[in-house]
Structure formats: structure tokens, C-alpha cells
Design a protein around this ligand. Structure first.
Ligand SMILES: C[S@@+](CC[C@H](N)C(=O)[O-])C[C@H]1O[C@@H](n2cnc3c(N)ncnc32)[C@H](O)[C@@H]1O
Length: 332
């Protein structure tokens, strides 16, 4: 017999996947990655810096080694390169807030079997409630995640050399795209449309990045707020399409086309799946998040975006990888 028998290890790792979410969220909650980066390299030192028990610190360190976020050499612990880049507080790509938030959200998954049975949320559809405080927690936590995608889009559109352009960011959240793009192009201006409390967060975060003087906000629901006519050079719709149904996306794309100047570009950023739904892995799994939280959302296929944008009158539609997301760029 040469055929390898299947082993249960992989399935056991998945069944207990919440251990990883817990260890990562708790370590981020106690700033362990930041303390490790600052040289606290034993359980005792970490416990002292973080104000936690030594037993707890050792348990988290064991867990972090297990999931590949800490390394142990000669009795001293340190962050792996990934943890150092993405989990140390204050770094531009810091995801530690997202790790803390996801630990809080973990309990929601208990309702997934029922959500799957009925085909949608069993509590309020989080993404459809106007002014939902949910967003106040989510948008600062996901900001860092959008930095690489914002950089890719800036390169594709050559924003740095685009001169005095006007940008409209629909559902801009933290304002992260505006912050990245306005820093790239000192002559650009950006307007974000979002709920009032979220715009207040965006104003603060954009100011921290030093470009608040060219950033303005419109408070309101993007389904009903006028986007204007031939007013903008670039429009952005990032991580919104997945919360909306097909009809709503076509309606917004149609209004955005009208809002763009001739030749203007629409940038859609989202978790896009292949037409045969064979991958990529991250967007496929993200679909369950939308089943839990939205009545009509989902992870849409490339062909969906192509058809919707074409129906809305866009041309020159192209797809650009910004893992785990995809950028869809279309011209007016
Ligand atoms: C997943 S976040 C994306 C934020 C940002 N575009 C990004 O990529 O990081 C969704 C954003 O859309 C906003 N939003 C959702 N529904 C909205 C609506 N109907 N009108 C205005 N803003 C809305 C939320 O407040 C939140 O800021």
C-alpha cells in the first residue's frame, strides 16, 4: 500500500481554530507583540510589562509559538517577522485592533447553523442598520488592512502625478484611502460619504496622517445621498459591495458613473471570487461573515462585477490583485 491514509490533525486544528483566535486576540489585548518587540523576551518579563500573570504570559507564549507568531531561541522569545510587521501597535500596518475585535465577535458564530438554515441573519443585519455603532469599532480596526490595496490602486491610477484631482470615497470608514492617496498627491482633494459618527472618526485619523486640510466629509446614507454630476476624477467603493445585493450595486455604480468626470475612474475593492467559485481561499470563507450580517450580501464573482459595471455604463474594466482583496477598476 502506497496510498497515504488521511490523518485527523488538520481537522482537529480546524475544529479548535478558535484557540488561535483567542490566543491572538488575548495577546493583542495585552500588547504582547509590542512588549516582545521592545525586548521583553521571557514570560516573567512580559508578565511584568503587561501587568498579567506569569502563568498567563507563558500560556500565551506557548500558543503564539504554536501558531507561528513567536519564536523561541535559547530560552528567549521574539516576534516572528510577520508578527513584528503586522501586530506591533503604532506600525502603519498594525492589525492588532482587528485581532482584539475578532475575539469579541467570535461568539456570533454560534448562530451560524441557524443562519445557514434560514439563509440570513437571525439577529439584526449588522450592515443594514443605519448609524450602527458596530462600524465605530470596525472601521479603525480594518484601516491597516486597506493600506496595501490603497497603494496598489494609487500605482495603477498613477495618482501621484494626477495633479488637482477630486476623489469621492463612498462608505470611506476610517478615511484610510484618502489618507494614503492625499499623501501621495499633494494637489488632490477627497470627500468621504459615511454616517456622521464614522466621519468624525475619519477626520481624526486623517488629521493624524497630516492631510486633514484637503479632506472633507458628507454625512448620510449612500443609497439616498446625491453624489453630484461630473464632479470627481476618482470614485471609490471599498468593502461595500459585499454588504449589498446585485440591484443595489448596479444602482450605486450607475450613480457613481454620473458623478465622475469624463474619463474618470471607479475603484472597487472587495473580496472577489473566481467565476467558478474555486478560490481564492479568503474570499470564499468571508462569505459566511456576510451570511451572518447581511440580508443580501455575499462574496461576488469577477463576472458579477464585470456585468454590473457594464450595465452601469463603465468601460475598460480591469482586475488587480491586492491580497486578500481584489481591485476592480473601471473607466467612465
Ligand atoms: C466595511 S467598512 C469599509 C470602510 C472603508 N471603505 C475601507 O475599505 O476600509 C463599511 C463602511 O461603509 C459605511 N456604510 C455602510 N452602510 C452605509 C450606508 N448605507 N450609508 C453610508 N455609509 C455606510 C460604514 O459606516 C463603514 O464605514
Amino acid at each position: 500500500m502506497t496510498d497515504k491514509q488521511p490523518a485527523p490533525d488538520g481537522i482537529l486544528r480546524l475544529i479548535n481554530g478558535y484557540w488561535a483566535t483567542g490566543v491572538l486576540g488575548a495577546a493583542a489585548g495585552h500588547s504582547l507583540f509590542t512588549h516582545l518587540e521592545d525586548g521583553a523576551d521571557t514570560a516573567a518579563r512580559l508578565a511584568g510589562r503587561a501587568g498579567i500573570s506569569e502563568r498567563g504570559a507563558q500560556t500565551l507564549l506557548d500558543g503564539l509559538v504554536s501558531i507561528g507568531l513567536a519564536e523561541l531561541r535559547d530560552g528567549a522569545y521574539r516576534n516572528t517577522a510577520e508578527a513584528s510587521a503586522f501586530l506591533v501597535e503604532g506600525r502603519p500596518a498594525d492589525l492588532s485592533g482587528l485581532a482584539r475585535l475578532k475575539l469579541k465577535h467570535m461568539g456570533n458564530l454560534v448562530s451560524l447553523p441557524e443562519v445557514v438554515r434560514v439563509g440570513g441573519p437571525v439577529a439584526d443585519a449588522a450592515v443594514e442598520v443605519a448609524d450602527n455603532p458596530h462600524w465605530g469599532e470596525v472601521v479603525p480596526a480594518i484601516a491597516a488592512q486597506s493600506v496595501p490595496a490603497a497603494e496598489v490602486a494609487a500605482d495603477v491610477l498613477r495618482l501621484a502625478d494626477a495633479g488637482e484631482i477630486s476623489i469621492l470615497d463612498v462608505g470611506g470608514g476610517s478615511g484610510i484611502y484618502s489618507a494614503v492617496w492625499l499623501r501621495r498627491n499633494p494637489a488632490a482633494r477627497s470627500t468621504q460619504l459615511d454616517w456622521a459618527p464614522i466621519n468624525a472618526i475619519a477626520r481624526r485619523l486623517v488629521a493624524e496622517r497630516g492631510v486633514a486640510d484637503r479632506f472633507s466629509c458628507v454625512d448620510g446614507d449612500f443609497h439616498t445621498t446625491d453624489f453630484g454630476t461630473a464632479a470627481h476624477d476618482v470614485a471609490l467603493y471599498s468593502h461595500i459591495a459585499h454588504q449589498e445585493g446585485p440591484r443595489e450595486n448596479v444602482a450605486v455604480f450607475t450613480r457613481l458613473r454620473k458623478a465622475l468626470k469624463p474619463g474618470g475612474a471607479l475603484v472597487v475593492c472587495d473580496y472577489v471570487v473566481e467565476d467558478d467559485r474555486s478560490g481564492p481561499a479568503f474570499p470564499l470563507l468571508f462569505a459566511s461573515e456576510m451570511l451572518l450580517k447581511s440580508k443580501q450580501g455575499g462574496t461576488w464573482r469577477r463576472s458579477d462585477y464585470h456585468a454590473w459595471l457594464t450595465e452601469a455604463g463603465f468601460e475598460d474594466i480591469s482586475f488587480h490583485s491586492a491580497p486578500p482583496a481584489t481591485l476592480v477598476i473601471a473607466r467612465q
